[in-house]
Design a protein around this ligand. Structure first.
Ligand code: AMP
Ligand code: MG
Length: 400
């Protein structure tokens, strides 16, 4: 059996860095991956400006009780006159700082009376002045290649005046579910059948990571049908995920189908629970991952093993999101011979993060997935007592 960390690293290593790039407009950048480094071509702010509604002055001229004539009222978007000695210029947030001024006194520390203003206090040099380039300086690297673009990064691009940005293409994904017992949701159940929950679940996991809407195929437990579906998906997609039929049972036909197609296949028994049978194949130079059929196992394997591979194929600089730590609450896990991943909720208890396990940890319990915030890691062979510090993988981090 392969240990969990090795399996995770080996899958991520199969990622081929994207070669193609495309250009997308600002409104279509959310969730895309930036394809180049971006440097500032503009100083931000572009000139010294006021951080407050107030008065521009020479700090040496102002102490508590000083009264000065108001030379000009200058709004944001207007040009101030050079500040005359012994005067103040009325400014507003974002107004440019006049030449000659070296500080802003905020309105709350003043009293205006007609065309004069009295100051209640002195201020230090530079008070409430936002200095040119203090946010972004021309030439400075502001975003790295491989960055996931969300609102904050889009604001940086927009502030630099960019209407478009180069991004990597969205990944195309194929999903194959296998099993004679599977019925498409919406259709009537037959005797001894169940609904296919894996295909919609995996499709949603993929799009959450920013892929194109996956192409879904369903095959009965028939090697020729599986072979044909795999071949079709492999020809059309950057990555294929097959679910079920990859263990060692008599109806486990994904492996023979892949071999018949000439794919290379590593079947791993990964020392993890839930999970275990995971296979990585390569067909025509493109990767194919076989996931366990149990929906919970399939979800957990996707989060922990497949998502880093997808991030790598997307060209992201961060393939492995951060692993958090918390205090384990609730029942004592057994600490078996496999690394165990408990579905947990992150709660706050006396200012500490307490991870509460779902009471039903069976790999058949689909309901546990919608309840959980993430997966707490119980190391193999260790007796972890409630109250112990454990690593956990937050869905919030690992599914974006
Ligand atoms: P398998 O790996 O094909 O033996 O499947 C393991 C278990 O997962 C069996 O109980 C299957 O019925 C179930 N299963 C397999 N594929 C799906 C699916 N797409 N949706 C829901 N359950 C599934
Ligand atoms: Mg099956």
């Amino acid at each position: 059996m392969l240990d969990f960390d090795t399996a995770q690293a080996q899958l991520a290593q199969r990622a081929i860095f994207p070669v193609r790039t495309e250009t997308a407009p600002l409104h279509a950048l959310n969730g895309r991956i930036l394809a180049t480094d971006v440097r500032a071509t503009l100083d931000l702010p572009p000139a010294d400006n006021s951080a407050m509604d107030g008065y521009a002055i020479r700090m040496a001229e102002v102490s508590a009780g000083t009264t000065l004539p108001i030379q000009q009222r200058c709004f944001a978007g207007q040009n101030p006159e050079p500040l005359k000695p012994g005067h103040a210029i009325r400014l507003f947030t974002g107004s440019l700082v006049p030449s000659g001024a070296d500080a802003i006194v905020m309105q709350e520390d003043t009293q205006e009376d007609g065309d004069q203003v009295t100051f209640h206090r002195s201020v230090p040099a530079g008070n409430f002045i936002r200095v040119q380039g203090e946010d972004m300086a021309r030439g400075q690297a502001v975003l790295r290649q491989g960055t996931l673009l969300e609102a904050a990064q889009i604001a940086v691009l927009a502030a630099q005046g960019l209407a478009h940005a180069p991004v990597f293409p969205r990944l195309s994904i194929g999903i194959l579910t296998t099993g004679d017992e599977l019925v498409i949701p919406g259709e009537p159940l037959r005797a001894a059948s169940i609904y296919d929950s894996n295909a919609p679940m995996l499709a949603s996991l993929c799009t959450q990571l920013g892929t194109e809407q996956p192409i879904v195929r369903r095959a009965p437990d028939d090697v020729a049908a599986i072979e044909q579906a795999l071949q079709d998906l492999n020809a059309r997609c950057d990555l294929v995920l097959s679910v079920g039929g990859a263990s060692v049972g008599e109806k486990d036909l994904v492996k023979p189908a892949l071999q018949a197609l000439g794919g290379t296949l590593d079947l791993w028994r990964v020392r993890m629970k839930p999970g275990k049978p995971v296979a990585l194949a390569e067909l025509n130079g493109r990767p194919l991952v076989c996931l366990p059929g149990n929906p919970v196992s399939s979800f957990v394997v996707f989060v922990l093993l497949v998502s880093p591979l997808i991030r790598g194929l997307q060209g992201r600089h961060t393939v492995f999101p951060a692993v958090r730590h918390g205090i384990l609450g609730g029942a004592t896990p057994r600490g078996g011979e496999r690394e165990e991943f408990l579905r947990v909720q992150d709660t706050t208890h006396d200012g500490q993060h307490e991870l509460v396990p779902y009471p039903q940890q069976s790999s058949g319990a689909i309901s546990s997935l919608s309840w959980a915030h993430g997966l707490a890691r119980i190391p193999a062979g260790q007796h972890v007592k409630p109250g112990a510090d454990v690593a956990w993988y937050a869905f919030q981090d690992w599914l974006k």
